[in-house]
Ligand binder design. Structure first.
Ligand code: NDP
Ligand code: CU
Length: 412
């Protein structure tokens, strides 16, 4: 595959399919955008890439026209509202009232409210509700506020990107859902406009995706800590009456941290490989992943960051452990000798290269290279897996040099 292929949005080939979507729109495939800010620009780019015609209504069309893709028509607001029946209002709530001159021109048209709130609230009227009260003759649909301008521009590359949609008009809801699908997102029908408040609160929820990864990390920590405690403290005490309780606060923690980091790292890369296999098995990427896998894929970033956090903490702990410098020097010397003789490293090298090769082999099977659909996704997964192999290699090298047991050196 050429680099150019990879640079295109994954869903670029929907150009062809979107003809059917265009027919479903009341506007004959033209979408309007009011506002010319970041969101408007990225939305216009995405729409053009998905095969729609775009007309932008700006207070200052001359100044802003250069910011939009050439295929988008940038004109004044009054002119733009005549051109189509479906509009994205890419403006902030405070400026909605400046559109009131256009009330008549917007009557009977669909207005998509994409705005977000500044703070979480349940009492205050939703932005979409406010827009609906300003334009009672138009149909207001809430949606796309959970998508960032950046995601719009680059396209939903990884995992699922859901667009929550609500409106009192079922037909309008269907049209906007269809539009979202044509742009490569997964629409979720949230029912009537009264759900707008809830939808507007979604991006404000603090760390929504961190709960599961944090519990996972704590659970793993607990298990490994118990294991290391039994091994390093309890076992020597029971068997040999050796008192090693001083190890509890630092050493046991410090052997637990890398175990957690290691397992979490592998949990970052595993779902990608599972997802790639899933797509290879079904021969398409347009089939939804099972929910558990979907959830898992969506939590990779957080799991990865927690893994990194544990590894960093472990590095800090190791540095802060009281070090006896002269013995450390001896130990290091001895360690290098041991490592040279150690077959461990060659074995782990072998296993890792085997893993890498099998991944490459899977993804270069002839049937796969003939079908673009899942090949692109698989490639992304392989790139990730290769990165993972490197971190894994670094970790295992480090682990092997640390396994050399200090007490075998006199005076340690
Ligand atoms: N940026 C993002 O990632 C996301 C943004 N959103 C929502 O999209 C909406 C737009 O955000 P964004 O594009 O970032 O904001 P910007 O400030 O970049 O753009 C706002 C646009 O509003 C237009 N506008 C119309 N009337 C007025 C007025 N009286 N005063 C000032 N501006 C006016 C302007 O366009 P012109 O001068 O051409 O009239 C301006 O470009 C917001 O409601 C935001 O919550 C939602 C999700 C993500
Ligand atoms: Cu270590």
């Amino acid at each position: 595959m050429s680099g150019g292929d990879m640079a295109k949005p994954l869903l670029g080939h929907r150009h062809v399919e979107s003809d059917t979507n265009l027919a479903l729109l009341p506007s004959g495939g033209t979408i309007g955008i009011l506002g010319s800010g970041d969101f408007a620009r990225c939305l216009a780019t995405r729409l053009v890439c998905s095969g729609f015609k775009v007309v932008v209504g700006s207070r200052n069309p001359k100044r802003n026209a250069g910011l939009f893709p050439a295929a988008a028509k940038v004109t004044c607001q009054a002119e733009a509202v005549k051109k189509t029946d479906i509009f994205f209002v890419a403006m902030f709530r405070e400026h909605y009232s400046t559109l009131c001159d256009l009330t008549d021109a917007l009557a009977g048209k669909i207005l998509v409210d994409v705005s977000n709130k500044v703070e979480m609230s349940h009492q205050q009227e939703s932005n979409a509700g406010y827009l609906a009260s300003l334009f009672p003759a138009s149909t207001v649909v809430k949606g796309f506020n959970v998508i960032s301008a950046w995601t719009l521009q680059s396209g939903p590359r990884d995992g699922n990107k859901q667009v929550l949609i609500c409106s009192d008009n079922q037909e309008a809801r269907r049209i906007v859902a269809e539009l979202a699908r044509a742009m490569g997102f997964t629409p979720v029908d949230m029912g009537s406009l009264s759900s707008a408040c809830e939808i507007e609160n979604v991006p404000l929820r603090l760390l929504p995706a961190w709960k599961i990864p944090i519990f996972l990390a704590l659970g793993l920590f607990f298990c490994f800590y118990t294991y290391n405690f039994v091994r390093q403290v309890l076992h020597p005490y029971i068997r040999e009456k050796k008192n090693k309780f001083y190890k509890i606060p630092i050493e046991v923690v410090n052997t637990t941290l890398p175990c957690v980091a290691y397992v979490m790292l592998s949990l970052v890369y595993l779902p990608g490989v599972l997802a790639a296999s899933f797509q290879l098995y079904y021969g398409t990427k347009y089939r939804r992943f099972p929910d558990w896998l979907d959830q898992w894929l969506q939590h990779r970033k957080q799991i990865g960051l927690l893994s990194f956090f544990c590894a960093a903490l472990h590095a800090m702990y190791s540095l802060c452990l009281p070090m006896r410098r002269s013995h450390r020097y001896l130990l290091l010397n001895e360690a290098v000798k041991q490592v040279q003789h150690s077959s461990f490293i060659y074995v782990s090298f072998g296993i890792m290269s085997l893993g890498l090769l099998s991944l490459l082999a899977i993804t270069s099977l002839p049937s796969i290279s003939n079908s673009l659909n899942w090949r692109e996704f698989s490639f992304i997964q392989v790139r990730l897996a290769i990165n993972g192999e490197y971190s894994g290699l670094a970790l295992s090298l480090h682990a092997q040099t640390s396994f050399i047991d200090p007490p075998q050196f006199p005076g340690w």
